[in-house]
Design a binder for this molecule. Structure first.
Ligand code: ADP
Ligand code: MG
Length: 372
């Protein structure tokens, strides 16, 4: 059981390369926090600072109310599971899991109890006598997790643990991690992934890292929230585009009526669209981006539509159909609509789209109107 408090944490490599800045984050006991962000934004760096494998350049890290900046890794009660699960190839599953406890000179009985309990949690009991080479990738990763469980750490850190596994195994192992977490409600976990679905399904809260506006190479926290908070009320265009797949469509628009709800006109529509996001009288005429998720786009026959375009590509996935529209000259990213069910023969058709006011987001200078 442990809570963590990061205050103003910063990382500067080699005295010059600023990577992370102003990291403020409270993690409660039993949470499963997921860090997401672009490659190179400092996710591994942040985990390594928490583990004590990397010096903290500024700010403080507290575990259970105690500042641990200068506490060595072995005394922090933290276990880290990496993407590459380096198991000892000549040792059985049992011995791989027992190794750290043997080094720590625990009694045979204690070791046996810990290894068998971990194997039971991870469904590895029948594989205890096998060598790693006789296991699947997913089973090997479970042994790697087992090695940390036997030490009974207060905090588990996972750095993209599933990214070496193929798609089917990723799904299976992801579900196992979710079940494992349920069996260990008091364990605090921090999990780094670039996989959307892992983040959405595993996290109690997601932390999105983004480049600070003043400098493209320093990163900080863009938003922290439950998966659905980030999905439903992203605070910025960045978070809006980062969470959800395909990414949220952003249409150039103008506010034409303000108040409790906001009426907008988009450049690619003939009519208007209303958002439940409130706006102020002085917003009249403001140039904004109108955000509509592909799954919230609705085809309409009305003359009041936010977007109209020709279907360039149609992807039929069975449960949904993805329609891709070109926006016009000089604009690369297509507008995408995700319609439930099968819609054959839409390619080449002109389709008009709108959305439920409750699902229409508004961004000004990159920031959601809800958060200014
Ligand atoms: N030991 C190091 N020395 C200097 N720069 C480093 C070192 N480790 C990582 N970096 C840099 O810090 C940034 C963040 O790296 P990392 O934490 O690995 O990102 P992520 O895990 O989000 O992909 C990158 O620009 C990387 O090149
Ligand atoms: Mg990394």
């Amino acid at each position: 059981m442990a809570n963590l408090k990061l205050k103003d944490v910063a990382k500067v490599y080699g005295g010059q390369v600023e990577v992370l800045k102003d990291i403020d984050l409270d993690i409660e006991t039993g949470e499963l926090i997921v860090f997401v962000g672009p490659s190179g934004c400092g996710k591994s760096t942040l985990l390594r600072m928490i583990a004590g494998l990397e010096q903290i350049s500024g700010g403080t890290l507290e575990i259970d109310g105690m500042v641990v900046n200068d506490v060595p890794p072995s005394e922090r009660g933290i276990a880290m599971v990496f993407q590459s699960y380096a198991l000892y190839p000549h040792m059985t599953v049992y011995d791989n899991m027992a190794f750290a406890l043997q080094i720590a000179k625990k009694s045979k009985e204690e070791i046996d109890r810990a290894v068998r309990a971990a194997a039971d949690k991870l469904q590895l009991t029948e594989y205890l006598d096998r060598l790693p080479k006789a296991l699947s990738g997913g089973q090997r990763q479970r042994v790697a997790i087992g090695r940390s469980i036997v030490r009974d750490p207060k905090v588990y850190l996972f750095d993209e643990p599933l990214s070496n596994l193929d798609a089917a195994l990723r799904v299976a192992t992801r579900i196992e991690i979710a079940q494992l977490k349920e069996q260990m409600p008091d364990s605090t976990m921090i999990y780094v992934t670039h996989d959307q679905v892992e983040a959405m399904t595993l996290a109690s809260r997601i932390v999105v890292l983004d480049a600070l506006k003043d400098n493209g190479y320093k990163y900080s926290i863009a938003q922290v929230g439950t998966p659905l908070e980030l999905y439903e009320t992203p605070n910025s265009e960045f978070v809006a585009r980062f969470i959800g797949s395909p990414a949220m469509n952003l249409l150039e628009g103008e506010i034409v009526a303000t108040g409790e709800t906001t009426t907008l006109r988009t450049r690619l529509g003939a009519g208007t669209i209303t958002s439940n996001v409130p706006s102020r009288p002085e917003d009249q005429g403001a140039q904004v981006k109108v955000g509509i998720r592909p799954e919230d786009a609705v085809a309409t026959d009305s003359e009041d539509f936010a977007f109209s375009g020709k279907v360039e590509v149609e992807e039929r996935l069975g449960e949904v159909t993805l329609l891709y529209f070109e926006r016009g000259a000089g604009q690369n990213d297509p507008v995408i609509a995700k319609l439930p069910g099968i819609h054959p023969g839409m390619r080449g058709n002109t389709v008009k789209l709108t959305a439920d006011p409750a699902k229409v987001h508004i961004f000004q200078d990159g920031t959601s109107l809800l958060y200014r």
